[in-house]
Write a protein that binds this ligand. Structure first.
Ligand SMILES: [Fe+2]
Ligand SMILES: [Fe+2]
Length: 370
């Protein structure tokens, strides 16, 4: 009798080692070759075996360390002054989970960085400070707490903080480990070090931030999305409106996707970003899917149970869910909603036909704590 995941069953590699085979493997190795059956079960596991582990980065612990970097290193010497979040299982590729990178960038009062562009796509979610700005392909974008902004891959960009008194901290999210895994990275420093920007700040918002789209010659024809910023106020209002109209998802509460208004699709070809609201006292059911997710607590207090372990979170905390890990979320407040921002590699999973999803059906959909 064989169990479902038994590697000794017929159909799996189960060759017994002999002195003749060992000698044969040596001969193969000398020709830069090998016998598939020696590694087959490892390289084709029954189901995903992520090297990333569920990890929780409390903002209260990280914030003082991020602020410390202000006096330790000049932004222009660092390129960008960022504390990156590294998964214990993915330090080799500087990933926070799977092939996704994230970090906390701090910019001091009055600072301005030089411009560059790279193959990796980037997104920003602001945690604190009101003076942050970024210029993307000549468009100046000002962002405040909980605002979301994107830097599509290959676009020139530079950042700064126009506040004269307070630093700002935003979260960067990039697909750097994915780009590197595919051997496709490029990086350029702007020839003039600065781009300069148009007269109108946040110009993509009035043009592409409404249900109506420009028509005819006004229509955007470049490959990257035309809308580069998503302010918190309208995002939160959309969530509250959805809460009036929908019960939401049993696994995610009320969840919405930041989208490219021209396609209705994800904001980047490699990464998608979501915002989700958990009603007071709401507890979602567990599910799992392929694809890695990095969550940031935008508002409220609650917990997520990931592979049987509970992580209690507060405002500004960041945590990750590796591919195929069971996860469910809870809002511990009886009176206030909780909001989670997240980004993921789902567009890659879907484009490559790797998307798979499963609901947790035992115990009313809730994991047992381990
Ligand atoms: Fe960059
Ligand atoms: Fe999920």
């Amino acid at each position: 009798m064989t169990t479902a995941y038994d590697d000794t069953q017929i159909g799996r590699a189960r060759v017994t080692e002999t002195p003749e085979l060992a000698a044969y493997y040596k001969e193969l190795a000398e020709q830069e070759a090998g016998a598939l059956w020696t590694v087959a079960n490892d390289i084709e596991p029954w189901y995903p075996q992520p090297r990333s582990v569920p990890t929780h980065w409390p903002y209260a612990k990280l914030r003082p360390l991020v602020r410390k970097a202000l006096s330790l290193v000049a932004a222009d010497d660092a390129g960008r002054r960022v504390v990156m979040l590294t998964n214990p299982g993915r330090r080799d590729v500087s990933a926070a989970v799977g092939l996704l990178y994230t970090g906390l960038q701090i910019m001091g009062p009055g600072e301005a960085m030089t411009a560059h562009r790279h193959q990796a796509a980037a997104l920003r979610f602001v945690l604190e400070g009101s003076g942050a700005w970024t210029i993307v392909e000549g468009q100046k974008i000002k962002v405040g707490p909980r605002d979301f902004a994107i830097t599509p891959n290959g676009t020139w960009h530079e950042h700064g903080n126009e506040s004269s008194t307070t630093p700002c901290i935003w979260q960067d999210g990039l697909d750097i480990p994915l780009v590197n895994a595919l051997d496709a990275p490029f990086y350029e420093v702007h020839p003039n070090l600065r781009q300069g920007s148009g007269r109108i700040v946040n110009s993509s918002l009035p043009t592409y931030g409404a249900p109506l789209l420009p028509y005819g010659t006004e229509r955007w024809t470049r490959p990257c999305p035309p809308l580069l910023a998503f302010p918190w106020e309208s995002t939160y209002e959309s969530l509250l409106n959805l809460a009036e109209a929908s019960e939401g998802s049993p696994f995610d509460g009320l969840i919405m996707e930041y989208t490219n208004p021209l396609t209705g699709g994800s904001v980047m070809p490699t990464m998608s970003a979501h915002i989700q609201l958990l009603r007071p006292d709401q507890r979602t059911q567990a599910h799992r899917h392929t694809g890695s997710v990095i969550y940031t607590v935008a508002k409220g207090n609650g917990y997520s149970i990931i592979d049987g372990r509970r992580h209690d979170w507060n405002d500004g905390d960041i945590f990750c869910v590796p591919s195929w890990s069971w996860h469910e979320h809870g809002n511990i407040s009886q009176s206030d909603d909780a909001v989670l921002f997240s980004f993921n590699d789902f567009p890659v999973m879907r484009a490559l036909a790797f998307h798979r999803e499963e609901a947790y059906t035992d115990n009313d959909g809730h994991q047992l704590l381990t």
